[in-house]
Each structure stands twice: as structure tokens, then as C-alpha cells.
Design a protein around this ligand. Structure first.
Ligand code: NAD
Length: 338
């Protein structure tokens, strides 16, 4: 029969984690997922609807609480760990950085430490994998003319969020170098898709447009982000987990750079077609420029050649097609809420 593995996934009630669990169990139906999540304001158990208790166990726990994580590891004895949990919103990290230190740094530390202890005790230190999900934001910001970030780029984080993610990346590396924990790190560009909290850029544009509220764009809207559909990110994590070299870092991205203002305009254009508004005529009228975020990174762009050439990954979802289907899902969700 097929190999049945117990995989501990952290942050599985959040945006990417929830997609990841559905994706994984669709592809590896014999596996069992232990989903550890503290249920922050950004998560929802609704995202996990339809999962069978035979393949998914939800554990409500905060990674920053050492004892709880210890008990969870002892109880379920996972074969592998895929670590997605993090406080994830840059603006929140500017308002209240403390939670970011505790979840992203202390939380990652406890998870590494408990993994090391359990797998050492069970003689599985050399076979159990720990995949750490990080972000392009650890590299800092690019100018228009810079080359895209590679895995060799320096870590120059600019926000409390990215600084805590960079710190966790360093801890993960140290656990590989010092203890031989079988770690792999991924750094992905901006994700989009259903299940994102309304505070994030794309759902906020749609929400505000449909509610006739102004659509805020930071500064002059010239900033550039590199966008990837969430399921392509899940596929990349799968590739790294199964085929990645232990101790390595893999950038994930689809070379899909967009200026923020162009993305907002494109979404307004899609909305004009999908849900024409007689009164407003064009949702673009709602675009409002607001004061820039402090320390705002100008441009992110990922070079994912290593992932493509060594692990044979390539993006599957064409950008505009995935964006349209995402917009459609948010419209439906917002209509259901009314
Ligand atoms: P999210 O905020 O939607 O989900 C994060 C989940 O982690 C939430 O369900 C939250 O409750 C949980 N969590 C946070 N702190 C926790 C703790 N201390 N203990 C237990 N659970 C905790 O964020 P997301 O966008 O799904 O991001 C998931 C991961 O992917 C993060 O590590 C993030 O840094 C990384 N990432 C995100 C993007 C993106 O564009 N969204 C891009 C690259 C990397």
C-alpha cells in the first residue's frame, strides 16, 4: 500500500496553510495531517470544511507555549513538519511587533527544539524533514534595475514582520548546521487566492470596491510586487519536501511582477465586467492614494531558477486566469455574507 505519513502542519487554519492541507490530502490521501494553529484573527476553521477526521486532526495551540507544543509532539509523534504558522501582516507588525517576536521567533524556536528532541529520541533525526516556509521580504527591497533576489542575496529585512521571519530562517539554518535537523527553507513571493483575510491587498480592493468605499493605494502606487497563485506555492512546497536537498533554501516565484497601481486597475477592470455597477460605472473612481507605509519596500522580485532547474517545478496557473477566479470567489463570499 501507499506510504502513510503523519505530518504536522502549523498555521493550517490560515490562508496558505488551509489551501496546503486540502492540496496535500488530495494528492496524498493516505497521509494524516496534524494541524496546529492558534486561530488568530486571520484564520478560520471554515477553510477546513470537508476534511475527514481520518486524515486531519486540528490542535488549537500557540507555538510560543513550550509545554503545549511538547505535549502535542509527544502525543502525535509526527514523521515530518511543515511550518507555515506566523503572524503575517506587515502593517500589524508596525503597530504591535510584540506578537511577531513571540509567534515567528519564539514559536519557531520551540518547534525546532521539540522536533530535535523527539526525532533524536526516536532515532529519526536523519529521516524526518522540517520544511520552513519563509518569504521574499527577508531580502529587503530592490530598485527598478536590480536583479531579482536569488538564494544568495543578503538578508536585509526592513519591517518587524520581515525581521522576525529572517530571524526564524537563521534559527532553522542553525538547527541544520548544529544538530543535523533535516531542514529545508522556502522563500516565496506574494501569494493570492481565496481565504485571504480582508486586510490583505487583493481582498481589500474587492471588498472596498463592492461596498463603494475608497480603495487605498500606498504612496503613488509605483511599488512592485511579484505575484504567485497560492496553489502554485503549495505545489512548490510539495516539490521541496519530496525532492529538495536538506539544508538548502529555495526561492519560489513565477516572474510575475506588477506595479500595485496596475494590479488595482486590473482588478477594477475585472470587477467592472463581473459585477457592473450602474451608479459608479467604473470601480477605478474609488482609488485613493494614501500616505505611504513607513519603511515600505519598493520592489520584490524572485529568481526561482534553482527550484525550476533542480526540482523541476514550474507554475501551473496563468496569472490573469487565477486572478479572475479569485475575484469571482471573493464576490460570491461577500454576497453570501450579506
Ligand atoms: P495567515 O496569517 O493567513 O496564516 C497564518 C496562520 O498561522 C494563522 O492561522 C495563525 O493563527 C497561525 N499562527 C500564527 N501564529 C501562531 C502561533 N504562535 N501558534 C500557532 N499558530 C499560529 O498567513 P499566510 O499568508 O497564510 O502565511 C503563511 C506562511 O507563509 C507564513 O509563514 C508567511 O510568512 C509565509 N508567506 C506568506 C506569503 C503571502 O503572500 N501570504 C508569502 C510568502 C510567505
Amino acid at each position: 500500500g501507499a506510504l502513510a505519513r503523519t505530518i504536522l502542519v502549523t498555521g493550517g487554519a490560515g490562508f496558505i496553510g488551509s489551501h496546503f492541507i486540502h492540496y496535500w490530502l488530495g494528492r496524498y490521501p493516505h497521509d494524516h495531517i496534524i494541524n496546529v494553529d492558534k486561530l488568530s484573527y486571520a484564520s478560520s476553521l471554515d477553510y477546513l470544511k470537508g476534511l475527514s477526521p481520518d486524515s486531519h486532526t486540528f490542535v488549537h495551540a500557540d507555538l510560543a507555549k513550550e509545554k503545549v507544543i511538547h505535549r502535542t509532539m509527544e502525543q502525535y509523534k509526527p514523521d515530518h513538519i511543515i511550518h507555515l504558522a506566523a503572524e503575517s501582516h506587515v502593517d500589524q507588525s508596525i503597530q504591535s511587533p510584540c506578537n511577531f517576536i513571540s509567534s515567528n521567533i519564539v514559536g519557531t524556536f520551540h518547534l525546532l527544539e521539540e522536533a530535535r528532541k523527539l526525532w533524536t529520541k526516536e532515532g529519526r533525526l536523519e529521516t524526518s524533514r522540517f520544511v520552513h516556509i519563509s518569504t521574499d521580504e527577508v531580502y529587503g527591497s530592490l530598485t527598478k534595475d536590480d536583479d531579482a533576489f536569488s538564494e544568495e542575496s543578503s538578508l536585509l529585512p526592513n519591517s518587524p514582520y520581515s525581521a522576525t521571519k529572517a530571524a526564524s530562517d537563521h534559527l532553522v539554518r542553525a538547527y541544520w548546521k548544529t544538530y543535523g535537523l533535516q531542514t529545508l527553507t522556502t522563500r516565496c513571493s506574494n501569494n493570492f487566492g481565496p481565504h485571504q483575510h480582508e486586510e490583505k491587498f487583493i481582498p481589500k480592493i474587492i471588498h472596498n470596491a463592492l461596498n463603494h468605499q475608497s480603495i487605498p493605494v500606498y504612496g503613488n502606487g509605483e511599488q512592485i510586487r511579484d505575484w504567485l497563485y497560492v496553489l502554485d506555492h503549495c505545489r512548490a512546497i510539495d516539490a521541496v519536501f519530496h525532492r529538495g536537498q536538506v539544508g538548502e533554501i529555495y526561492n519560489i516565484g513565477a516572474q510575475n511582477e506588477r506595479r500595485n497601481l496596475d494590479l488595482v486597475s486590473l482588478i477594477c477592470h475585472i470587477l467592472n465586467e463581473m459585477k457592473p455597477d450602474k451608479e459608479l460605472k467604473d470601480y477605478k473612481k474609488l482609488i485613493t492614494f494614501v500616505e505611504d507605509r513607513p519603511g515600505h519596500d519598493f520592489r520584490y522580485a524572485m529568481n526561482a531558477d534553482k527550484l525550476k532547474s533542480e526540482l523541476n517545478w514550474k507554475p501551473d496557473y496563468p496569472f490573469e486566469y487565477a486572478l479572475k477566479s479569485t475575484v469571482r470567489r471573493y464576490i460570491k463570499m461577500m454576497e453570501e455574507k450579506e
